[in-house]
Ligand binder design. Sequence first.
Ligand SMILES: [Zn+2]
Ligand SMILES: [Zn+2]
Length: 819
Amino acid sequence: MANFFIEVIVPVPLPKLFTYSVGEELQHQVSIGKRVLVPFGNQKLYAAVVYGTDTATPEGYNAKSIISVLDEVPVVTEKQLSLWKWIQNYYLCNPGDVMQAALPAALKLSSETKIILNPEAELHNAMLTDDEFLVVEALHSVKSLTLKEISKILDRKHVFPVVKSLLRKNITLSVEDVKEDFKIPLVHYVKLSAKTEDAGFMKKEFDKLEKKAPRQLDIMMQMMMMCQQFPEGKVPQRELLKKSGSNSAALQQLVKKNLLEIFLEKEIERVKTNNEDFFTLNAAQQQALNHIQEGFSSKKVGLLHGVTSSGKTEVYIRLIDECMKKGKQALYLLPEIALTTQMIHRLEKHFGERLLVYHSRFTDNERATTWTKLLDASTTDKPFLVLGARSSVFLPFNNLGLVIVDEEHETSYKQFDPAPRYHARDTAIVLASLFDADVLLGSATPSIESYYNALTGKYFLAELFARHADIAPPSIQLVNIKELTLRRQMKSHFSPLLIQSMQEEMNNGKQVILFQNRRGYAPVIQCHHCNWIPHCTNCDVALTYYKRADILRCHYCGYSTQIPKKCPSCGDTDLRQYGFGTEKIEDELQIFFPDKKIARLDLDSTRGKNSYKEIIYRFETRETDILVGTQMVTKGLDFDNVSLVGILNADNLINFPDFRAFERSFQMLLQVSGRAGRKDKQGKVIIQTYNPSHSILEFVVNNDYKAFIDFELAERQKFHYPPYYRLTEIILKGRQAETTEAAARLLAAELRKYFPDTMGPVAPVVARIKNFYLRTIMVKNSKKISNSRTRAAMQSAFEKYRLSEKSKGILVHIDVDPV
Ligand SMILES: [Zn+2]
Ligand SMILES: [Zn+2]
């Protein structure tokens, strides 16, 4: 038999596929989508994915041979490979980049891979081969091993099959899996103490509670009921407090009295039911559902514009159920942060074991398991529902019928670093088209792009504007802080109305959320005499002052330094703080509300393990009265006791120098307003601003999405921005300002030959980050030119640029459709 060549994807950032030869004994094993072990460069080995099998004999060089075939059946489907190819072409990245992003680490072995023992493995009942046993023994003494080391231990060159088998049996983990912040989520549970079995003791304690502590009594009564419903009488603390409407302080008292015990435990998988009897949809939901079903009869993609609390999820569940009844798979995409346990439970109730969850907080091993389950699904007729974040578009579906993209406006659907810089919503639409599946995008504040597609008839539009019966939309009030400042009526950063409303709501036992889009204490320190401002030594940006740590810190690189005693430029000691961040708000609130508990939710306060969960948990259980935060408080959180949301300064959102600033502020302000007043009472929103007549604020107050869209589309059309024009941002990074500038000019000139509307190069607002000088080029092109022609033109501009000496040593990032 003649020599036979294949094309493979190697997970390296190079813009090509690689050709290898296959020896006669392996030829019958090779097929598209299987992994093969290949030698690469200097003594490296990689598991590469077979992309093509009828490759022509390479000319001008001798192709190396593959070493072995790792899989019996393909681990990547042909549909996935088509999607990878689309991503590579559309987002202008390398095939290896897409493979890196798409495959879970357990499927991405290389000679550099390190493995460790899985701390949760049950070794005593595992069936190990002799080789596997030797590796496990070695791991008991040395913690981690590279594949090279394993090959020494086994005295054999090719150890991939052994390692693959250990990973599949969950006995080892590959080190990439072990994420810094990964921890099995623990939950607080409450149990009746052993003493409560003593009837005399119980009677005595209950009598006391009845007289002195009615709140604690409520908890006990609730507990007695709930413990019947949970296995071993372990009731999740969160649910107990919610049902009894009480707080954790009262609960702690009961622990002290020896009535209850609280303990941390792995979240119990509740009895999985496959609940066929559905809640009934209200009239508005039913109408939206009908509309959507009708829409799918003529269009493949629809947009559901539904206000907060209108019950979009119930509509999704109906659609998913129908899809699965037809024997097809469904994908439900959510932004990472909105993918909560609450949501998982809700879907589990309906779909039981057919629900698969996929997100980055899982270990890679768990992700690989989901991958395999879906691959195996091709041989059964059991349809799965996948609930997942961005990266679940890469899973091996084989019979996809429906994709839901909830919160479709969320920018976190776009991957920024590393390449591929793909948008999960747009990728999901392409994925669905490979299966001829339906796609429903949903949002309370749809992105301009999606709404435009609905207006122009590319998508159908369904609306759901009626809220659940007992929920009224919040009342939104603007406060003119310019006027109040002139009249000297501001109390620090708070208007009298805000302070007064906070007091009132908290007197009624309600909670408050305050939103400020800057972290730290003061964003700027300035010398009052000469206007000197401290800057980062590695980046061109002013340092932020942190009071508690008493340091100045850079938000881009983390550099920190002491605040100088006097101005290094003129020697004056009058250094003043300007602006305010979340830390300062937290501090000042303590002065106005000394007896209230205040917490802060931002990037700084959530750095530690589990701290995000802790902060949310304390607020949910009403231990905290006021939550101050950045946009983190706007995402996917439902607190039913919050009746007031205050926005301290709307102007720094609106005035942000980006063409999307209006869209982002409109979305953010409406989303944060949606946090106020969930049940039984109309919530209040107070927006402080220097410019209350700004059109964006008017749209927010009137909750008028359509007026906003008209206004914004006119602007976009006038200034040649999306959705009328397509943008590609190119970022060049270099060690010297001059060489970076020269390279950027050259590249811009090449691009301009094809795209006359190319802007730049310009130095961005922060022109140096971590000692890399930055230049950006923005390519604008009309949507009338086809995608493939655009890509081809761009590729040839890049090829010419790379021929020049000026391009050497300069990093280039390409971001197609930047958000
Ligand atoms: Zn000075
Ligand atoms: Zn810096």
